[in-house]
Design a protein around this ligand. Sequence first.
Ligand code: PLP
Length: 399
Amino acid sequence: MPTSLDRRLQTELDAFRRDGVYKQLLYLDSPQAPRVRVEGRGEIIILSSNNYLGLSNQPEVVAAGVAGLERFGAGTSSVRFICGTFTIHRDLEAACARLVGTEASLSFVSCWNANEALPATLLSEHDIVISDQLNHASIIDAIRLAKAITKCRSAVYKHGDLTDLDEKLAAARDCRTRMVISDGVFSMEGAIAKLPDLIEVCRRHDAILVIDDSHATGVLGTHGRGTAEHFGVVGDVDVITSTLGKALGGAAGGFVAASGAVCDYLTQRARPQLFSNALPPTVAASALASIHHLEGHPERVATLRSNAAYFRDQLSALGFRPLAGETPIIPVILGETAKAIQMSALLLDEGVFVTGFGYPVVPQGEARVRCQISASHTRDDLDEALEAFKRVGSRLGLI
Ligand SMILES: Cc1ncc(COP(=O)(O)O)c(C=O)c1O
């Protein structure tokens, strides 16, 4: 018997369908890889996964997960300080810190959780957190939570606008701690934050800089160490948060990498640490194997870069105008949400899985399809996808 809540939600869901913004889930019957088997559709090329290095299905990453499962069992059975921390978590945290160039790190079940933990634990009513306008939803919600819990102040600076940030920091000079948060790579644009400028402004105002490198870890820099390596400033970012659920094997999990004091304080006081189970050991073991693989195979990052450059160039040659950039996130702006959803559906019919994004995920009138390239895509995968773009682009009058 539907409740009044069910009826209300059903009306809204019907409106999503009518407006062409209903998200249809595709069920995969194979591991994440350049080509996946989709229930009811057969094999398709996937251009919408964060499996940037192709490690989700890397044999030693999968084998490490199986070995972790056998050695440590399925679950953690409680939170870390209550029933014990597995040695695999300590090993993983040492590897994450080494990879991104900080003294320490602390793992969480997701980067969403890691972001959520940060301002709400470290700030108080004497402090302020200042956020880039286009930061990820997890940062936006983390700040909302921090304000509700701690009564800290908050401000938003215009996307990538260091002058605006400078002014916001100057206006916050009476605060005890000023925390500035920015994505390292902005996931909807593929744009890279101007890290050296951010570091300079933050130093000048004695502010703590937090970079969410979820789309940069394993992607940017010669060795995939992230935005800081890209700019040659490894060791100069106060706090880095990142996910284990994208380039690093794609299972799940996230971490805060920072000084020993920050990580220890989060261990003592972060509510997602104190009241929620840790990452399953099998996931920690796979993530650790992914980091070892990345450390031993920097050529994988180079392949990712050349695949992304190839795809961006070829899309332009076809007559599309992808956003310029250096990352494997390649958006093609189409305007209206329904258009992006339509293009995504037509591409899927052509055997290519590319997600369409519309308002409110991106600003009104800037709906887009977003391609994400992997080091594991072959030139054949990319060329086949480009053929599909050509057919769909002509059909929609885009090229
Ligand atoms: C910038 C950014 N931060 C955080 C997250 C959340 O990561 P996780 O899936 O580990 O919670 C994402 C995932 O989409 C992201 O793009």
